[in-house]
Design a binder for this molecule. Sequence first.
Ligand code: VG1
Ligand code: CO
Length: 544
Amino acid sequence: MQAPVISTTPFDGQKPGTSGLRKKVTTFQQPHYLENFVQAIFDTQTKLNGGILALGGDGRFYNREAIQIILRMAAANGVARVLVGQGGILSTPAASCIIRKYQTQGGIILSASHNPGGPDEDFGIKFNIDAGGPAPESVTNAIYERTRSIDQYRIIDADPVDLDQVGESRLGAMIVQVIDPVADYAELMSSLFDFEAIQQLFNSGHFRMRFDAMHAVTGPYAIEILEHRLGAEPGTVMNGVPLEDFGGGHPDPNLAHAQALVALTQGPDGLDFGAASDGDGDRNMVLGRDFFVTPSDSLAVLAANAQIAPGYKRGIAGVARSMPTSQAADRVAEAIGVNCFETPTGWKFFGNLLDAGKITLCGEESFGTGSDHVREKDGLWAVLFWLNLLAVKRQSVGEIVRDHWRRFGRNYYTRHDYEGIDSEAAEGLVNHLRILLPSLPGQQLGAFKVAFADDFAYTDPVDGSVAEQQGIRIGFECGSRIVLRLSGTGTQGATLRVYIEQYEADSAGHDRPVQEALAPLILIARELAQIEARTGRTEPDVMT
Ligand code: VG1
Ligand code: CO
């Protein structure tokens, strides 16, 4: 076998967004498109030559084909060994676990996460560094720069590798090791949480739960851990078979897209606990009976109670949240005397803080929660943390969160998404706000007085790198906030995200419907940003 060099020309727009390069499947299927991006990884990440690469994806349409191409390119580019999940499957947190455990020089994860899958839907690819986390901007920028001048790639000629049998084979001079995608991850989870206590909870006969894998990657993980190891009754995991098109749904665990699960938790016969995860297994939604836990509150509750879980019994070093995430975790950090960091959107910004031991827990409002156990957000980890909490506290989900609000106050929170809007209109809206920013501080908007207004910039406290223009922040004197930014994960037009937060200290005011409590701020945001005039939209597509 030899490694032919194939001539190619650059494609426009191979710039990774919030989490990797995401495009329509049909874009990735163009000759040389995937190959160019993968060669740019090998050209810039030179440690992979002679090193080990982890490889897997969320099982969506085009996953297997892409894996075969990447394997043949890895062999041509001198990779010594590839650890690939059986069937081409690795959840995002499991891939991070594998990279760390086997000290690989990095990993390639194939996923468009919560975006729909199928021949006309989305595909994605991202590179994770040897610490296990998403590549920082210095690396993604280098990869992108390389794609702009690429003129050749290397790929060997070979038959497809059998991805379905665990074991080793050779591809040219490279070893392909097909691994059980679940085992290492399940072992890590059992080292962090009190599996005995959770088992007793399941055996008590007083606890009913469902986990909705949304026909995405977490099915096999959840069935092994919840049903086989923890003894939850068979059928606890719904939609547990991964499908290439996720059964036609949006594998996005939120109130809009996991409606069947939400319905099961409602009413007097509602489940005690409902949970769901997304396409690649890094997001989570947590529900109690008639109770939705916002991801921002979930991070705060876990931070306040971390010591109940064996893996965190020594306490936490600090917490971090993405800028649009509510400030609920800040209050916990203050109360327990640890630092709270505010980072731009995207998990890559937590990596340095975790590596430096500055934080133990971190989270995003977009249903992402995680810790220093891996370098990705981790859906099942969050669900197990909640189960551990429920098993120890013997309270309902709603009681735990209400107790939390009584102690720390409640941060009412919502996010409104306006999807598929015209890209130019979206840019215009953000530019309009940027021009408005300097005039806002001191202004009275309805009942709210503006304390600060800026376009969020972040200086990494570990390596000093700077990320600018990370979202418009308008902060009010009472602590309320309006945040606006454009999504960096979409594949069509632009998505405007509007985040609204308002703090309520008094427990007499903790039971209001969220959209009603936030209505005045929502109106201020719409007017300030001229949403209707600039986008033609009167209502958001999704509210979470
Ligand atoms: C969204 C979320 C962000 C998250 C990212 C990747 O990005 O807002 O918090 O880190 O998705 O999550 P954006 O740029 O569309 O707002 V995942 O589970 O899609 O990898
Ligand atoms: Co995801």
